[in-house]
Design a protein around this ligand. Structure first.
Ligand code: KG4
Ligand code: ZN
Length: 331
């Protein structure tokens, strides 16, 4: 089966071809234009998707070395995400499906991030836990099997990626903030500044990062760089506060569920300090890390999950709509 996947939920325009579980092409057009504004501008994102979609689709089909008529079905993200951005991808996908006379299946972006853990590997056993950490979401999921997911807990306010992005802005670094803070943190001492770690000792699986962001804002009000405390030290300390909270709740989730296979997903899952901390603190668990290219937004995870859905007999009627808000499940 050959499936074309389309992803436009935020600021990545991505198209991929998957055939029998193998990714034949994975094209991601990152909209660098948003770095001029220090964050994603929704209207700009929609216009960029509109500009790039046709070109990147042709590129994905060409680099997969298939003919457009060989495509059996289309998988497209319909939420959660930015409404205008989702609409561009969904409308494009519907048009293409009608033009080619093939079926379409709508995909939940968060489910696709989780299932990205299965890409290019067959050694993952159910059940497993997944810490989903992206720009818009921070959630801990229990994956019993495909299509059977339980949300164990999530953030009360900002997502971890958002905490990185907003923190980077406060520190005067670029966008997206995660990689920028990670770069500075390599040269800093993460123990130098004591930032708050909300819920770290609670017996509940929940996160909160808005207080951390405020405390960075206050700290920077009177901050003067010295040899004793550099911006790199502040970045490292801030990053470490985020990571400590994430890892503590992964640990708690393994205890509460007795599930010993753990994975991560979403853009923040790229962070090497997070990976090192998981390796160190959960060394007795079976740890799965997705390939770096499948952590941030991509369409490989969409085409792959789309193929699985088609194989399970799922398809979506053409009158489906976008679903910008997360509604407590992954359908
Ligand atoms: O999954 P993603 O590409 O898009 C959403 O679905 O939101 O995640 C984007 C987020 C951004 O907040 C970005 O700062 C963060 O992932 N991110 C990172 C790193 N790379 C991307 N955060 C920490 N460390 C990184 N290396
Ligand atoms: Zn995402």
């Amino acid at each position: 089966m050959i499936i074309l996947g389309i992803e436009t939920s935020c600021d990545e325009t991505a198209v991929s071809v998957c055939m029998d579980g193998k990714i034949l092409s994975n094209i991601v057009g990152s909209q660098l234009i948003h770095s001029n504004f220090g964050g994603v501008v929704p209207e700009v994102a929609s216009r960029e998707h509109e500009r790039l979609l046709n070109y990147l689709t042709v590129k994905a089909i060409d680099s997969a070395k298939i003919s457009i008529n060989a495509i059996d079905g289309i998988a497209v993200t319909n939420g959660p995400g930015l409404a205008g951005a989702l609409l561009t991808g969904v409308s494009f996908a519907k048009g293409l499906a009608i033009g080619l006379g093939i079926e379409i299946v709508s995909i939940n972006h968060l489910e696709a991030h989780i299932i990205a853990n299965l890409l290019e590997r067959d050694d993952i056993n159910y059940p497993f836990l997944c810490l989903l950490v992206s720009g818009g979401h921070t959630q801990l999921w229990l994956i019993k099997k495909m299509n059977d997911y339980t949300l164990l807990g999530e953030t009360r306010d900002d997502a971890a990626g958002e905490a990185f992005d907003k923190g980077a802005r406060i520190l005067g670094l670029g966008y997206p903030g995660g990689p920028e803070i990670e770069k500075c943190a390599q040269f800093g001492d993460s123990n130098l500044v004591k930032f708050p770690r909300a819920f770290i000792n609670s017996r509940t699986i929940e996160f909160s990062f808005s207080g951390l962001k405020t405390s960075l804002l206050y700290y920077m009000d009177s901050f003067q760089e010295t040899n004793e405390c550099t911006l790199n030290d502040v970045a490292a300390s801030y990053q470490s506060a985020i990571i400590d909270c994430l890892v503590a709740k992964m640990k708690l989730a393994t205890k509460l569920t007795s599930v010993n296979t753990i994975s991560i997903a979403g853009g923040v899952a790229k962070n090497k300090f997070l990976r090192q901390s998981i390796d160190k603190n959960l060394s007795d668990k079976n740890i799965i890390f997705p390939d770096l290219k499948y952590c941030t937004d991509n369409a490989a995870m969409i085409s792959y999950l789309g193929e699985k859905k088609f194989q399970m007999g799922k398809k979506t009627n053409l009158d489906f709509s976008i679903n910008p808000n997360f509604k407590n499940n992954l359908d």
